[in-house]
Write a protein that binds this ligand. Structure first.
Ligand code: PQQ
Length: 235
């Protein structure tokens, strides 16, 4: 099963999407990077809702204890900032108002539908599939490394401080992915359960991929849907 999961990552993870090639290779305008960050905020801010649902689905206290730090990683705590605040530092650095980002008014409909589908998936499917759907994080650190170095190298509007979100994920994601992988290996006992685990990961790669398809269509091909964020024309 682990081999199958890793093959799904190698062939379907969104590091392979052409929008990411453009983002990391310095081939987007500042307006297109702003569009990516505004849309991605919706994903970030929904992750703790998704994780709270996962916590609510386990009667096993030890799993709840293990999983709940993910909510704090994103939401923060009274004395410490979390990932959502760090994401807003990124959008601040890109010159977009927090009110506008947090309102999620300008996001693409496809972003909302895809992210909501992820939240609903962990609510509606088995707890095993809910955990398996987080396994894309196995493949995230390499992508984050690429993003940090690529964006710093290629864009004069990206300063090191605003990439803190990704630097922090470099240590958080491997720990989280290792727990989830160990959990599915121990708990998917039948061929049917192992197939469900692989299908959950496949589903999640589609949640991520379709968000970049929508960004590409709107901001590279140039067909933003009505009501979506419109970058200001750059001089
Ligand atoms: O930048 C990315 O490509 C990327 C991908 C993923 C992922 O693979 O789901 C996550 C993140 N970032 C991320 O920052 C994050 O906090 C996160 C949580 C989860 C999850 O499913 O619980 N995925 C991801």
């Amino acid at each position: 099963m682990e081999e199958r999961l890793r093959l799904i990552g190698e062939t379907r993870y969104h590091n392979l999407h052409p929008f990411h090639d453009m983002l990391h290779g310095g081939r987007l305008t500042k307006g297109q990077v702003q569009a990516w960050a505004i849309n991605r905020y919706y994903y970030q801010s929904s992750i703790p809702l998704k994780d709270a649902i996962i916590v609510s689905r386990f009667t096993d206290r030890l799993i709840r204890v293990e999983w709940r730090h993910r909510i704090e990683d994103h939401d923060g705590a009274p004395e410490s900032e979390g990932g959502i605040e760090r994401w807003l530092q990124l959008t601040d650095g890109l010159g977009i108002s927090r009110d506008y980002v947090e309102s999620t008014q300008g996001i693409l409909p496809a972003t909302r539908f895809a992210v909501d589908a992820y939240v609903h998936f962990v609510r509606d499917r088995s707890p095993l599939e809910a955990i398996a759907s987080s396994l894309t994080e196995l493949f995230a650190p390499q992508l984050h490394e690429q993003r940090i170095s690529g964006m710093l190298e290629h864009y004069d509007f990206i300063r090191p401080e605003i990439m803190t979100y990704f630097k922090r994920r470099l240590s958080q994601a491997p720990r989280d992915a290792a727990f989830a992988l160990d959990y599915v290996k121990r708990n998917a006992r039948t061929p049917e359960e192992r197939a469900l685990v692989c299908d959950a990961l496949l589903f999640k790669t589609q949640v991520l991929w379709v968000q970049l398809d929508a960004l590409y269509h709107a901001y590279v091909s140039g067909f933003p849907p009505p009501g979506a964020f419109r970058p200001q024309v750059e001089a």
